[in-house]
Design a protein around this ligand. Structure first.
Ligand code: ZN
Length: 591
């Protein structure tokens, strides 16, 4: 991999095949021996002075010399699952890995074999149950323990037994952590790296070295961090991964330190950032700008505390903005669906404001803005949202003018004549006055717009529903739903842990057999807000339900003085929306 990569002058689409083996941004064959000291910049201009600068074109806007591609290393299944509240079964882990492979990341870190039964089982099942088409599975572990021979070390043995092609081992690279946590000598810490990498290489494994607390360690004692990396390099590690384990390092420090390391070592340099300072993605971009060619992170930025580098942002930033290859170009549009699918698998509601893939990040509110964007979307959107599988949305509320509504209808593929338009505007104003909030309930809004064209849902007809809350043994809620599907009258009863849950069970029990696609629709979140609580029990309850079918998510709303009635409205809308799009996806384009 040479350094004469794409430049700003180059308009051709990038992001083609990413390298599989060693990627080296500075394959000039010269081994530099800069002292590993702070403030060392000498190598920066020598290496890969990309053609933007080399050609001296007037289009150079200060883009650093960039590699043509980087390896994307996803650690959702290992570091990401350290997130509070995130817990994956082995089946979940296999499904997440399939999604990551579908997206086309270079490496998938699957977990720590031997650390817990779940990861043990994952690696046992992976060879037969996981057919990766593109990604390479990586097992995680640590160097040998202090004072133990590599061949006698259990952790290393587990790594070999995991039967992956590549392994990633963590090593303490900060003097303070070696002395305080490991309670051993610096020499032994270096030997632990050398022996472990050598041992794993002798078993034909590709080895990535995760240098833990690297940046803090470098600031305190750069000589020691250099010895750790050197030991790994000499023993045959494929990549030296510099980890900002506590997430406290800022971009200007990253630039300086990564520049120094890249200049000093022949081996590929990777980076692993945590987002504690809100800089994980920025740090990754800066690191790539000075020669790192392996970027670790998690889809959706999962991870403990503030999370890891959000690959859902780092990937499009690199591919679309810096023209550095990451995942295959044609798979970039899978970014949003895969992000949402994985958030469903890990059972964490997607963040609507997540850059690139969030539901709100290309949404535009009524007003001046919305009519302008219809003319020039690039004036208000930093990229074409379809490049990452997202889409422009027009957010409609009672503030909406005719033009916003017309655009929303067009987005949904609906024809609204002026009479229908007037009636929708009327309904919107009235309903929002009653406490509805269509801005956040795209699913219900779509149904409202469809109703204005004379459409009625024909899936089921409600006769009645009833909910009984029982304070007997435990607290259960029982719901009975009576509906007609075609000529058939169906009565169904279900229990749940609350009214929405019980009604959902009863409605599914009643119509599920008629609509098998309903099995793929799930409620993911349920929110209740009491409006105007000054009126006491007469106050109005607003219920919002988020649902998903794995590909798309939608929100529906119900408002009533009665929480059960509000819940039913939101639920019924959610199910109707799910059925509508499951049955006729081509007639009702996705957002
Ligand atoms: Zn980490």
């Amino acid at each position: 991999m040479s350094s004469d990569g794409p430049t700003l002058n180059d308009d051709s689409p990038r992001g083609g095949p990413t390298p599989t083996g060693h990627t080296h941004s500075h394959g000039n064959g010269v081994h530099h021996h800069h002292p590993l000291t702070p403030g060392q910049h000498a190598h920066a201009e020598g290496k890969g002075a990309g053609s933007a600068r080399a050609t001296g074109s007037g289009h150079d806007v200060g883009l650093p010399a960039l590699p043509s591609a980087v390896d994307v290393f996803d650690t959702t299944l290992r570091d990401g699952s350290q997130q509070e509240g995130l817990s994956l079964t082995v089946d979940d882990k296999l499904r997440v890995a399939e999604q990551l492979d579908h997206l086309g990341v270079t490496f998938i870190e699957g977990g720590w074999p031997g650390a817990n039964p779940k990861d043990e089982e994952f690696f046992a099942r992976a060879p037969t149950e996981l057919r990766l088409s593109r990604s390479t599975l990586v097992a995680f572990g640590s160097t040998r323990r202090a004072g133990v021979r590599a061949e006698d070390d259990e952790t290393l043995r587990h790594l070999v037994d995991a039967r992956t092609e590549a392994v990633c081992i963590v090593a303490k690279s900060s003097e303070m952590h070696v002395v305080d946590a490991l309670r051993t000598t610096l020499d032994e810490a270096v030997a632990m790296v050398a022996d472990s990498v050598e041992f794993l290489r002798a078993h034909d494994l590709r080895v990535f070295l995760d240098a833990e607390h690297f940046f803090d360690g470098y600031k305190a004692n750069p000589g020691f961090t250099a010895r750790i990396l050197q030991a790994a390099e000499e023993a045959g590690a494929e990549t030296l991964v510099l980890c900002d384990t506590n997430g406290g390092t800022l971009p200007h420090e990253i630039e300086r330190i990564v520049t120094d390391v890249v200049g000093r070592f022949e081996t590929q340099v990777g980076v692993h950032f945590h987002n504690d300072s809100g800089c994980a993605v920025a740090n990754s971009l800066v690191a790539v700008g000075v020669g790192a060619t392996h970027v670790q992170g998690c889809v959706n930025g999962y991870g403990e505390r503030a999370g890891n580098t959000d690959l859902s942002a780092a990937i499009p930033d690199l591919s679309l903005k810096l023209r550095v290859g990451t995942i295959p170009a044609e798979r970039l549009e899978l970014l949003t669906p895969v992000s949402h699918h994985i958030s469903e698998l890990v059972n964490i509601a997607p963040n609507p404001q997540q850059p690139f893939v969030g539901a709100s990040v290309f949404a535009h509110k009524a007003g001046l803005h919305t009519s302008a964007i219809a003319r020039r979307s690039d004036a208000y959107e930093h990229i074409d949202p379809s490049l990452v599988g997202n889409g422009t949305r027009f957010v409609v509320s009672e503030m909406a003018g005719r033009s916003t509504l017309a655009m929303k209808a067009k987005e949904l593929g609906l024809e609204l004549d002026s009479q229908a338009m007037a009636s929708v505007l009327d309904s919107l104003k009235r309903l929002e006055y009653e406490g509805y909030h269509f801005e956040v309930a795209d699913g219900s809004l779509e149904l409202l717009l469809r109703h204005s064209t004379g459409w009625e849902q024909g899936f089921f007809e409600l006769e009645s529903y009833r909910v009984i809350a029982d304070h007997g043994q435990g607290q259960s809620t029982e719901a009975t739903v009576k509906v007609r599907v075609g000529q058939e009258r169906i009565v169904s009863t279900a229990e749940g842990n609350g009214p929405v849950n019980a009604l959902d069970g009863a409605l599914r029990g009643a119509i599920g057999a008629h609509f098998p696609t309903l099995a793929g629709v799930h409620l993911v979140d349920y929110r209740v807000r009491v409006l105007d609580s000054a009126k006491g029990t007469g106050s109005v309850t607003r219920v919002l339900i988020d649902s998903t079918d794995g590909d798309r998510t939608w929100t529906t709303i119900g408002v009533s003085e009665n929480i059960i009635a509000a819940s039913w409205q939101a639920l019924a809308d959610s199910i109707v929306y799910g059925l509508l799009h499951a049955r006729a996806p081509e007639g009702a384009p996705a957002e």
